[in-house]
Design a protein around this ligand. Sequence first.
Ligand SMILES: Nc1ncnc2c1ncn2[C@@H]1O[C@H](COP(=O)(O)OP(=O)(O)OP(=O)(O)O)[C@@H](O)[C@H]1O
Ligand SMILES: [Mg+2]
Length: 456
Amino acid sequence: MRKHKILVVDDEHLIRWSLDQNLKKQGYEVTTAGSGEEAMRLVQEESPDLMLLDVQLPGMNGMEVLEKVKETEEDVIVIMVTALGVLETAVKAMRLGAYDYINKPFNLDELAIVIKKALETQELKREVAQLRSTQPKKFSIDGIIGESDEQKHVLGMVRKIAQSDAGTVLIQGESGTGKELVAKAIHYESGRADKPFMAINCAAVPETLLESELMGHEKGAFTDAKNLKKGLFEMADGGTVFLDEIGDMPQGIQAKLLRVLEDRTFRRVGGTKDIHVDIRIISATNKDLLAAIKEKSFRNDLYYRLQVIPIFLTPLRERRADILALVRFFIDLFNKEFGKSVADISEEAEQFLLEYDWPGNVRELKNVIERAIILENAEIMQLEHLPRELVSQASGDGGGPLEFILPPEGVDIEDVERELIKQALDMVEGNQSKAAKKLNLGIDAFRYRMKKFKFL
Ligand SMILES: Nc1ncnc2c1ncn2[C@@H]1O[C@H](COP(=O)(O)OP(=O)(O)OP(=O)(O)O)[C@@H](O)[C@H]1O
Ligand SMILES: [Mg+2]
């Protein structure tokens, strides 16, 4: 961890000296100033994290220093050192933005605790501020990567929906295609961004609990309802509710949800009063809802209410134009996260990623890149760095040992090689990377052989 910097301001040499010694021993970096003017200069030059500031200074006094410092360097923690019993000064100092004060003569142990606490508080504040500033950004539309026409269309929809106040969106797509990501982007790009985004997975909550999770319950509504509890709809007021896996919502609750969709009104479990909320409802599913309707497990009327605006996310294998952009995005992301410096990906690995079927969609691709980056240190990501089970499954080997029978008169191995290259190319209509895969060769090695045998 970085050493914290402390600036000690006192006109008494002995106090400066003893604080300097003592604080250095505790692991801080210390500078000292004997006057207010010097302190002002050092605040600019050193940007200390914390100042111990004596009130009584010749020339510019401690209060004036405090006032000036807070004008420009709001972040620096100032602890005032006051003469015992001058409470007014202390109060005034706090008003001017001092973090705390201690009385002179002070006890060094006590001082150490005050300093430690102040620095910890500041550290926490910084973390919170940082999270606040990155969190919404993380879910902004810029975090959705897409080059394909399909994905560009989705991005356009996200923008339009966010800007309008269209209330109800249904996102459909296979697992891992980015449904939750899209839901969050709609919320964080919209005027509702500073209100809550509340998500619930309808498949993960037992039916008996789901209703009270969504609508809340009154005190005494059932045995365990010891207190009134607000549900998700109420807590998200002004913001967005994300109903994930809506296809698994139990029938009884589907009817109640219908009413919420119609007029944003519901009752808490055990309640008699209608509650009205202003929420956008985004739901998502990887199920075929039309099939569920046919099977009578999903209400027809609910389906039409939910999909005022439908968004379909295409499986990754049907929008391969996104693959490389996603690969680069995830390489950057995980380089940062794990302090690695993978610069590029080999042509062979790239071919593989482009042609693989991605049944787990973007999530699977993300996991593959994450794993390769964690496990390998090479600058160029190679095919061998990708999960073996994927690569071998895709190239279809593992089908038992081959049997080639050498004729008694022998062969020229170059002829065999040429023949295999030719057959492989024929089999896949001349697609080199597919042909290479048939022979378990990298594209570079394959092209080298094509040249050697004058196929190129
Ligand atoms: N276009 C994209 N750009 C960047 N990251 C993406 C994209 N699509 C998906 N991801 C990432 O892939 C992972 C899976 O996405 P998400 O959780 O949104 O999928 P899902 O459709 O909700 O899946 P499931 O149905 O399994 O819940 C997440 O880590 C998400 O950030
Ligand atoms: Mg999801």
